[in-house]
Structure formats: C-alpha cells, structure tokens
Design a protein around this ligand. Structure first.
Ligand SMILES: [Zn+2]
Length: 230
C-alpha cells in the first residue's frame, strides 16, 4: 500500500494535513511491528504481490517540517520516503492560504532537499504551483507537468519518475500528458464520494490525516491490506 501524508509537526492539533510527531512515530512503528516492509519507490513499483506487506511512504507538497521532524526518525529506520514538491514554492516565503506563519509553514529549500536526496529520499513533482489541473488549458497543464519535472531534474541531476496530482484531480487527458512527459507512475489520494477516472498508470494511496486516531489508522491500514491481497 502507498500511504500519503502531508505535514508532521508538534504545532497543529486540528489541522487535517498535520499528523502530530508522536502519532506519526507510533503509526510507523506499528507497521514495522506488524511486519510491513517499507520499500523505496522504485522497488515498490517493480515488485508485485510476492511481498504482501509492502509499504511506500509518500509526503505531498514538500513542507519543511518533513525535514525537521520526520526525516531523522525515518533515516534511523532506513525508510526512504517519496516527497512530492510544488516546485515554485521551493526556496520562497510562499505558504498555502490555510496557514499563517512563514517560519513554521514554509516549504523545503534546495539545501534541505539535497541533503535528503543524497541519503536516498526520492523526489517527485507535484506541479509548479499546485493548481486545479482540470481547470487549466492544455498549454498550462503541460507547463505544470513538464517544467516542474525538468526543474527538479536540473537541480538534483537525477531523473524524476513520479508525479502527484494536486487535490487528487485529474482526467484521462491529464494522465496522458503525465505519461507522455516521461513519468513512470502518477499518484493520487482518491477523494471520498467523488468518482474519478482510474488506470494502471495512476496509483491510489491511503491518505492519513491529523484527525485520524490510532484506531482509524489501523482500520485504514488493514482495510487496504485486505483489498490488495484477497
Ligand atoms: Zn498537494
């Protein structure tokens, strides 16, 4: 299964995108205790059901708190997450409208990204500006998908293989552009009560949110495990 997180920090108690640090650690340790195996993105994609309890950990948006609060913990466990960057937010003071503090709510800078990349953390594209792709012209969609890939590749000197749709919004045409742009896979967290187009190219993830208590977390994990294996 592929898990999707956004933020990990000690500050926000009622922010859906923030999972408290202690809660996050407890969740990861639980998966290890239950013999789930954390794989790197490439390994995850290239293996089939021979590894039944495989997990890929992903973070959306590229918040700096991934580096501050999750990275060291994951390093110690040799877990290499896949982080999806909003490229035009890197190295800037820009923050999402829902947040207030430029200090706490900023996104990763290149120095932090390099530091993680050299230790095996994988980076994917989450577009340039985090738009609603389905509302854009084809030209704009291409710009968001192609330029973001190229910019990360130029900085890291490494192929960017994975893409993640902002807000989980996409359609067949958008997926086709992602595929043609050279990405190997796309990721999405399905929205509840909304039907979307799905294919083998786009991998569905289980979204873990701040309001999910430990019981809900376990429920989500085992529900997904059953869905994938039986
Ligand atoms: Zn996002």
């Amino acid at each position: 299964m592929v898990l999707s997180y956004h933020r990990v920090n000690p500050w926000y108690k009622s922010d859906a995108l923030t999972v408290n640090i202690e809660e996050f650690k407890k969740q990861i340790e639980y998966l290890i205790f239950k013999k789930f195996k954390f794989l790197k993105a490439d390994e995850y994609i290239s293996t089939g059901n021979e590894i039944r309890k495989k997990v890929l950990l992903t973070f959306d948006d590229g918040f700096a708190d991934n580096y501050w609060f999750a990275y060291e913990f994951l390093e110690k466990l040799n877990i290499k997450p896949l982080i999806f960057l909003v490229v035009n937010y890197i190295n800037t003071d820009k923050i999402f409208l829902r947040y207030k503090s430029v200090e706490k709510d900023r996104f990763l800078n290149w120095k932090e990204i390099f530091d993680m990349a050299k230790n095996g953390v994988e980076f994917g594209s989450h577009t340039l500006t985090h738009p609603h792709l389905t509302l854009l012209s084809e030209e704009k969609i291409k710009e968001e998908i192609i330029n973001s890939k190229k910019m990360i590749e130029d900085k890291l000197g490494k192929e960017v293989k994975f893409f993640c749709y902002p807000y989980g919004e996409f359609n067949k045409k958008i997926e086709e552009i992602v595929k043609k742009s050279g990405y190997k896979k796309a990721f999405v967290t399905p929205k509840r009560f909304r039907r979307t187009y799905y294919s083998n190219f786009t991998i569905k993830r289980v979204g873990i949110y701040g309001h999910n208590n430990f019981l809900i977390f376990k429920f989500k994990i085992w529900k997904e495990y059953l869905k994938e294996n039986f």
